[in-house]
Write a protein that binds this ligand. Structure first.
Ligand code: BTN
Length: 345
């Protein structure tokens, strides 16, 4: 297990304030052996850098506008089941990274073991599917990646992204999110709004071996000003589950545990055991859809998933199976068109 490298003064101050209580400048200065003026300067810089809101209470001190549950490796490790713990090779928790996926893809090439997990409090270049940016503000959501290795080449891993979606949806369902759904291949939606997504990156020899990084971004608490760059309806777990929402460390442990189990099992038995679960979470089942495939827009009726995870469409030109593309619901008549962006999937 790796703890993060030396923490800057600004971040140490944010950690002291994470409890949401009011802390006097004098107490903070004593803790970090610095002057009160130094505290003032470092704190204001840190909240600006990390996009946090700070309240100054005259004659009392400072507090964060909202408390933060920061990631703690010990609490995450403590939340693992025994089997999950044995699959974990290494847990890295970073205050800040470009992208947790990028970090593990590079680590894989450098020989890092299967079962390495990387989390970050914030990403400055979070990667989404289809070249999108994944909005990754500090200290509130989950950004995590898991590395696994397979003896087969990348072509032998068809459908693993669907199995990953099922693993994550199952955990969220267990926490009470009964109406969580999946949109092919692995968007996590709640009431038709995006709660999270998975980005899988794979590399290796055509005949094997290969390495795979499963990256999960999950909105736990996202403010509308932070979400301005998101080009689709979104939601966070705070809205979906309210007070019943689990803490970040507890949820991270459960998700890592489930993803590690899925990655190992997928290597043994493939996608087949996940297909029935996929159908249970599948939001497109039986619906007319449109598929954006490069420049082409293909209209059809969604006809489920092939055994290798491809999306099946019945089109006017016959049946079609695709492994990539952006699928969305199609509304056949004007009268049936969505009334608001919220109704788009
Ligand atoms: C999507 O576009 O739906 C997939 C988003 C995946 C985002 C996660 S956050 C952790 C990991 N690191 C990244 O850079 N991206 C993934």
């Amino acid at each position: 297990m790796t703890l993060e490298p030396a923490v800057s003064t600004g971040l140490q101050l944010i950690r002291l304030l994470a409890d949401g209580d009011c802390h006097s400048g004098a107490a903070l200065a004593r803790c970090l052996r610095m002057t009160r003026a130094g505290v003032w300067k470092a704190l204001h810089k840190a909240v600006e850098d990390y996009g946090l809101a700070l309240e100054t209470i005259p004659s009392h001190g400072y507090r964060l506008a909202s408390p933060l549950e920061l990631l703690e490796p010990e609490r995450i490790l403590g939340g693992f089941g025994a089997a999950g713990g044995s699959r974990l090779a290494r847990l890295e928790v970073h205050d800040q990274l470009g992208s947790t996926n990028e970090r593990l893809m590079a680590a894989a090439v450098a020989g890092e073991a299967a079962g390495t997990v990387c989390l970050a409090e914030r990403q400055t270049a979070g990667r989404g599917r289809r070249g999108r940016v994944w909005v990754s503000p500090f200290g509130t959501n989950l950004y995590l990646s898991v590395l696994w290795r397979y003896p087969v080449g990348p072509a032998g891993l068809g459908g693993v992204s669907l199995a990953a979606g099922v693993a994550v949806a199952t955990v969220l369902h267990r926490y009470g999110l009964t109406d969580i759904g999946l949109k092919w291949p692995n968007d996590l939606l709640w009431q038709r709004r995006k709660l999270g997504g998975l980005l899988l990156e794979v590399a290796g020899e055509a005949q094997g071996p290969s390495h795979l990084v499963v990256g999960l971004g999950l909105n736990l608490r996202l403010d509308s000003d932070q979400a301005q760059g998101i080009d689709q309806p979104w939601v966070d777990l705070r809205e979906a589950l309210g007070a019943a929402a689990p803490g970040r460390n507890q949820l991270a442990a459960a998700l890592i545990d489930a993803l590690l189990e899925m990655l190992e099992r997928f290597g043994q038995v493939g996608l087949t055991p996940y297909l029935a679960e996929w159908a249970r979470f599948d939001l497109l089942r039986g619906k007319p859809v449109q598929l954006q495939l490069g420049e082409r827009l293909i209209l059809g009726d969604y006809a489920g998933i092939d055994p290798d995870g491809a999306l099946r469409l019945n089109t006017a030109d016959g049946a079609l199976s695709v492994h990539s593309g952006e699928v969305s619901l199609r509304f056949p008549t004007v009268a049936a068109a969505p009334r608001s962006a919220d109704e788009l999937l």
